[in-house]
Design a binder for this molecule. Structure first.
Ligand code: FE2
Length: 284
């Protein structure tokens, strides 16, 4: 029997150089807490980081991230987001996926699933929107063709290709959704599941028949001000690590609130049911 594929996803790390913080968050402390949790999971075949590795793309931010990941006992699959710099990233992580055109894209084939990771960073045009140019779309088409037919294809891209009822984020989503759908059509295959970051909010849905998952950021989150035009508003909500299991064609995603350090109690305990406030559950 083929063992299940089990992996972790983190996204939007927004690393800054050593000694700096962002909105009061120290990304090194946030990541250390996530990695400590990851080490408690039953098994993790790899960690995937879905873009916005750095906040302003400085070499010092990537150096800091490399040091922070140095002791991780599992491989890391890196992706880029709108806050990243491809050149500075490559200097720090020369072994990261390369699609042959310099984009940080890859096809990763495992026994239980194939992962396609895309690079939606647009360095040619200022702004935080996402782009899939002809070269990147060609890679996507080829990867979909080459992925084994007998197991699911999981597609990862930083930028969502759809509106998500948060107008200032919708304004900086992927601009090439029709071209992406056309690449699926040319390949004769659609991804079985789509994973994204960028929005800094937990969202699941269905896009043109494809189920998807958008993950909270490691750092600051985006406030759920639905359908409100204006600026992007931040929020200090707890981050998530996604723990994904793929086995026999089935996919399971647990969004783990890894910074939770409150009570864990027995639901069948009469004493626990009778406490005056949830804080009193610590003893049960
Ligand atoms: Fe981000």
């Amino acid at each position: 029997m083929i063992p299940a594929l089990r992996f972790a996803i983190l996204t939007d790390l927004h690393f800054v150089p050593e000694g700096q913080t962002l909105y009061g968050f120290d990304p090194r402390a946030c990541l250390a807490r996530a990695l400590a949790f990851l080490k408690t999971l039953p098994r993790v075949d790899f960690l995937l980081i879905a873009g916005d590795l750095a906040d302003r793309g400085e070499p010092g931010a990537y150096d800091s991230l490399r040091k922070a990941l140095a002791d991780l006992p599992v491989p890391v699959i890196f992706m880029l987001g709108n806050h990243d710099s491809r050149g500075a990233f490559r200097a720090a992580f020369p072994d990261a996926p390369n699609d042959g055109n310099g984009f940080v894209q890859g096809l990763h084939v495992y026994d239980q699933a194939s992962l396609i990771t895309l690079d939606t960073l647009d360095e040619d045009e200022p702004g935080h929107h996402g782009r899939l140019c002809a070269q990147r779309l060609a890679f996507l088409e080829t990867a979909l063709r080459e992925a084994p037919a007998d197991r699911p294809v999981l597609l990862f891209q930083h930028h969502p290709p759809m509106d998500l009822s948060i107008p200032p984020m919708d304004a900086i989503r992927l601009r090439d959704e029709d071209a992406e759908l056309a690449a699926f059509a040319r390949a004769g295959r659609r991804p079985d599941y789509l994973f994204m970051g960028h929005i800094h909010r937990p969202i699941t849905g269905l896009w043109r028949g494809i189920p998807y998952h958008v993950q909270r950021a490691l750092m600051h989150q985006v406030h759920h001000a639905f359908d409100q035009p204006g600026r992007i508003m931040g929020a200090v909500e707890a981050p998530d690590l996604a723990y994904v299991t793929v086995a026999g064609g089935d996919l399971l995603i647990h969004d783990c609130s890894f910074t939770y350090d409150g009570p864990v109690f027995d639901l069948e305990s009469p004493e626990a049911a009778a406490v005056a406030t949830p804080a009193d559950l610590a003893a049960h």
